[in-house]
Design a protein around this ligand. Structure first.
Ligand code: NAD
Length: 375
């Protein structure tokens, strides 16, 4: 039995609780069959926290999140909360978690399951076997840099309208080095290759980015293969030949765009996990929040239609990146692959090739059953 891994489960709103219930089945299976022990506590975030506490994340929940090995979140939001003051909106709960845990590295895998290759916007032969990981810097760059704002400017014939909008791309060496380290660490557990993307040809911050990533490589990770690519070429290469990549590391803005583009290589929103990691804690594990990319899907909430796989794959990421249980993570991913190969499809996956329609809980049950057939 491992020492207990502490896990804070925050199901959230809409389909969040439905998909999280399936993850709990998976956690129970690993406890019962793989000698792992999880110390799981449940709490509220988003609209459900607002309903109970009047805020989208209670201070006690925030404090708990700072103490556990990993936080697993479902989704937040819904039309019921649309008219709330900005500071009370469900999304603020999630943003508070990310900010106070200082989660600077956002991990978005793009993995193509063979059974779903026809869902991709690209040809099957281009995406079959695809398994890349985009590491996006999440807490700095142009979304946070100062000065920023919209100001009055000279109203001249050249500037009809007379205003100027400003955002600043700003990165320090330290911010670049810490996210680069995350990318190299992750590459060591995968294909051992990192491609760093920026626009060093036209941006000084891009030159610094390239130099600092190279510095971290040369001084700390010389055994990991490093290449550099301009981000516009990176976008092109992602749709031309995505399998050439293993880990991509890039800034906040380019990462925002490139990770969404990469997501579509694999098909449905219901399949996409993510992780956000911060600095290592005393026990050596990084601060960590795992969550599906999708939102609370109010249009299908409560109907048993939600695909739980994105949330289950987020837990697989927790196994790999927080608990160093890479074999268990791979086992879970293979179980998902088997269930899909056998034809089980939640509504979002009904498309080319048909399949057997299953509900949220049936999908979870089948994944647990597929795990069990491997004992
Ligand atoms: P959404 O991701 O919730 O839904 C987009 C579409 O995808 C919907 O048609 C939905 O039914 C479908 N979908 C999403 N997840 C699915 C799943 N697991 N299985 C099957 N179908 C799925 O995005 P939205 O509709 O733009 O936003 C709805 C609410 O979620 C809003 O309140 C928004 O602010 C919030 N949101 C939260 C997060 C988050 O918690 N991280 C992310 C995005 C949106």
């Amino acid at each position: 039995m491992t020492a207990p891994y502490s896990l804070l489960v925050l199901p959230g709103d809409g389909i969040g609780p439905e998909v999280m219930a399936e993850v709990v089945k998976v956690i129970d299976w690993f406890q019962a069959n793989r000698g792992m022990s999880f110390d799981v506590s449940h709490d509220l975030v988003g609209g459900s926290a607002y309903d109970k506490h009047g805020v989208p994340l209670a201070d006690e929940t925030m404090a708990k999140a700072q103490q556990v090995d990993a936080v697993l979140l479902g989704a937040v939001g819904g039309p019921k909360y649309d008219d709330l003051d900005f500071s009370l909106k469900p999304e603020r709960g999630l943003l508070r978690l990310r900010k106070e845990m200082d989660l600077f590295a956002n991990l978005r895998p793009a993995q193509c399951f063979d059974a779903l290759a026809d869902f991709s916007s690209l040809k099957r032969e281009v995406v079959t076997g695809l398994d890349i990981l985009i590491v996006r810097e999440l807490t700095s760059g142009i979304y946070f840099g100062e000065p920023r704002g919209i100001h009055d400017d000279n109203n001249t014939p050249e500037n009809e309208g007379g205003r100027v909008g400003i955002n600043t791309q700003r990165y320090t060496s330290g911010e670049i080095r810490r996210v680069a380290r995350s990318a190299f660490e992750l590459a060591k557990r995968r294909g051992n290759r990192v491609c760093s993307m920026e626009k060093a040809n036209v941006m000084e911050s891009g030159i610094l980015w390239r130099e600092e990533v190279q510095w971290v490589h040369d001084n700390e990770y010389p055994d990991v293969e490093l290449s550099h690519m301009y981000a516009d070429n990176g976008a092109m290469q992602l749709v031309r030949n995505p399998r050439q990549f293993d880990v991509i590391v890039t800034d906040n803005l380019f990462g925002d765009l490139l990770s969404d583009a990469a997501a579509m290589l694999t098909g449905s929103l219901g399949m996409l996990p993510s992780a956000s990691l911060g600095a290592p804690m005393e026990n050596g594990r990084p601060k960590a929040l795992y969550e599906p990319v999708h939102g609370s899907a109010p249009d299908i909430a409560g109907q048993g239609k939600a695909n739980p796989i994105a949330c289950i794959l987020s837990f697989a990421m927790a196994l790999r990146y927080s608990f160093d249980q890479g074999d268990a993570a791979a086992e879970l991913e293979r179980a998902v692959e088997k269930v899909l190969a056998d034809g089980a499809r939640t509504a979002d996956l009904m498309g080319p090739g048909g399949g057997t329609p299953v509900s949220t809980s049936e999908m979870g049950d089948r994944i647990v059953a597929a795990l069990s057939t491997r004992t």
